[in-house]
Design a protein around this ligand. Structure first.
Ligand code: MG
Length: 248
């Protein structure tokens, strides 16, 4: 069953999302050439403290850092380290917080300095596929209306959608029902209702959709070594349509 949140729970999730949006915005601005992913992680830790939230990922199934930083061919679950960003890189920042017992989850991908036209297009298409998916997150629609809208936007632009990692319900836990694949047929899957809260997160590759996991047992990378991008919002389905809780 997909959990339906009460009005009180939705208000907490709104607050959690708002704080997360503020944190990601600061991290995004800090992320530039010469900065290491470890430094971004340290800034995230201090912003969590300042905003009185807990990191949702640290220690989750043993994840060793506060946020995920995934560069270039890394799809998701990149582990912050000493590597310094350089002009032309792209980097995904995936951040989750716990506020008052409730979770919020969002991700953005940023280009460092001047990036290739292909990388630029990848960022734009991934971001707009998320917007197209969110538009379908409304009461009465089927879950895979979201999936199909994302896949359509991505494949129309000649990119591929990652299969092995999916979006998820979110609220009292980081991962709740349902799983939200970024591919599928519209008109299928459970019917959506007001009060559901979903973390929608397309991961889009330039080349093959296939991935492999690095020796650190966490980081997923593209099998062909080509670029990958990731955008995510936590979205509530309300009587007035989709409400993005993690505006950045
Ligand atoms: Mg997520």
């Amino acid at each position: 069953m997909i959990p339906i949140k009460s009005k009180e729970e939705l208000d907490i999730l709104r607050r959690a999302g708002k704080i997360l949006g503020i944190i990601i915005k600061e991290l995004f601005e800090f992320t530039k050439a010469g900065v290491s992913t470890e430094e971004i992680d340290r800034l995230a830790e201090s912003l969590f403290k300042k905003n009185k939230v807990e990191p949702a990922f640290k220690g989750y199934k043993g994840f060793p850092a506060s946020i995920c930083t995934s560069t270039n061919a890394e799809i998701v679950h990149g582990i912050p380290g000493s590597r310094e960003l350089k002009e032309g890189d792209i980097i995904g920042l995936d951040v989750g917080v716990i506020y008052n017992g409730y979770f919020s989850d969002a991700a953005v991908t940023k280009g460092i300095g001047k990036i290739s036209p292909q990388a630029q297009k990848l960022l734009e298409v991934t971001k707009s596929s998320l917007s197209e998916g969110i538009k379908q997150a409304k009461a009465g629609n089927h879950l895979y209306d979201i999936s199909s809208a994302i896949q359509g936007m991505v494949e129309k632009n000649g990119f591929s959608i990652v299969r092995e990692f999916v979006g998820h319900g979110i609220g009292a836990k980081l991962h709740e029902e349902p799983e939200i694949p970024n591919f599928g047929n519209s008109g299928q899957g459970p019917v959506l209702a007001s009060g559901m809260v979903l973390a929608i997160e397309p991961m889009v590759n330039v080349g093959t959709w296939k991935s492999r996991i690095l020796d650190n047992n966490w980081t997923a990378v593209t099998k062909d070594g080509l670029l990958s991008a990731h955008f995510e919002h936590t979205v509530a389905i309300t009587e007035n349509g989709p409400e993005i809780l993690t505006n950045i």
